[in-house]
Design a protein around this ligand. Structure first.
Ligand SMILES: Cc1ncc(C[n+]2csc(CCOP(=O)(O)OP(=O)(O)O)c2C)c(N)n1
Length: 379
């Protein structure tokens, strides 16, 4: 397993893979501070979003607490023109590529269907159906090959693709099919598996008998395991593999070994199926604490950590205010993006809904018959 930071925050020179150490040495202090700021920002975002869901402001929240090292590190290892195909928990990767945090909240509040415009930031839409995004990514990477945008040596031209999925998703046929097509088409692609060791209540041992980084080997996709709670290792390994993919060296698999500290979603109670000792063991390997130790050893003073804390509190206030102020979109909007061209069946349904709403005096009741707006917004 590639690990560049000890739990105490000391840099470990890699014995086998010197290149990863070299990539970290090319980083400047500003990069380290950016990594920490983003990890802290996304954790604060997660805590606030969980609270908002508990207050009835969102239908569901999916927390990434504990996985910030894997997400911020790998996110910064992806190039500025590359394409990212996430699962549904990659809020940390999203912020490293310019996705507005409110767009994520909107999606989980159910006030829009897609969340954000992937054309604006190459971070494609969240995929709830496990493993589908691995196929989307492979198809996209095959397109990059067809268009000759790989291995030209021109950094403005060459592209690669990364896809994120969990340990549970590896048991889906879609992921195996994606490995096969990626290998046989030599796609410019990285498969990034965040092994957080639980797929809701199923432990990783029920998904695989071999370490997950070896899952691609039989298909021809070589793999490597990285310490997923080590932001520097996740950055270096992802950067190297994405650079190789862009250079035409084909697909690879990265397994980031991490842990889901919180619940699977706000609909889950992990105390029903997890041993508290296991959670405590992983909480001690917290990626933020580890990186804070590293930064302090580099001479970063308390003022920086105070500034990050204040920025987090400001972010939380902003998120709350913007969420409370959100209004619900017109119901008819759900018909707008079903087809790119008008479609008679959709128009019939739109007309039916309009008639139904009018029969209620232009106001659709909530399912329980209570007219109070469901999420505190206005109809
Ligand atoms: C095809 C499919 N089957 C089942 C589900 C229900 N489901 C949602 S999340 C989940 C567990 C996924 O675990 P993992 O892939 O390890 O990712 P994690 O949620 O831990 O990040 C399941 C079974 C689904 N969304 N899609």
């Amino acid at each position: 397993m590639v690990q560049l930071l000890s739990v105490d925050g000391d840099f470990i020179e890699p014995k086998e893979h010197a290149v990863y150490g070299d990539l970290v040495r090319q980083l400047r202090e500003a990069d380290f501070l950016k990594f920490y700021r983003d990890m802290a920002r996304i954790r604060r975002f997660d805590e606030e979003a969980t609270a908002l869901q508990r207050q009835g402001q969102m239908g569901l929240w999916v927390s990434a607490i504990g996985q910030e090292g894997a997400q911020i590190g790998s996110g910064y290892g992806v190039g500025p023109n590359d394409h990212i195909f996430p699962s549904y928990r990659e809020h940390g990767v999203a912020i490293t590529h310019g996705v507005d945090l409110m767009a994520i909240i909107k999606m989980f509040r159910g006030v829009n269907h897609g969340g954000w415009n992937p054309k604006e930031n190459r971070f494609h839409l969240y995929a709830i159906v496990l493993g589908t995004q691995a196929l989307h990514a492979t198809g996209y990477a095959m397109g990059i090959n067809f268009e000759g945008l790989v291995g030209t040596g021109d950094p403005e031209k060459d592209l690669a693709v990364i896809t994120y999925f969990g340990d549970g998703a590896t048991a889906e046929g879609d992921v195996s099919e994606a490995f096969l097509f990626a290998a046989t088409n030599n796609t410019p692609q990285v498969f990034f598996c965040q092994n957080n060791q639980w797929a809701i209540s199923s432990p990783v041992g029920t998904q695989t008998k071999v370490p997950l980084y070896k899952r691609g080997e039989g298909f021809g996709v070589p793999g490597i395991r990285v310490d997923g709670n080590d932001v520097l290792a996740c950055y270096a390994v992802t950067k190297k593999h994405m650079d190789d993919a862009r250079a035409g060296k084909g697909p690879s698999l990265i397994e980031a070994l991490t842990y889901r500290i919180g619940a699977h979603t706000t609909s889950d109670d992990p105390s029903k199926y997890r041993d508290p000792a296991e959670v405590a063991e992983w909480a001690a390997k917290d990626p933020l604490i580890r990186f804070e130790r590293f930064l302090r050893k580099q001479g970063i003073g308390q003022a920086f950590f105070d500034e990050v804390k204040t920025a987090g509190d400001e972010l939380a206030t902003e998120l709350r205010e913007k969420t409370f102020a959100m209004t619900e979109p017109p119901l008819e909007l759900m018909f707008d993006h079903v087809y790119s061209e008008p479609h008679p069946l959709i128009e019939e349904q739109r007309a039916w809904l309009q008639g139904y709403e009018e029969s209620l005096g232009g106001h659709t009741s909530n399912a329980d018959g209570d007219d109070t707006p469901r999420y505190g917004g206005t109809h």
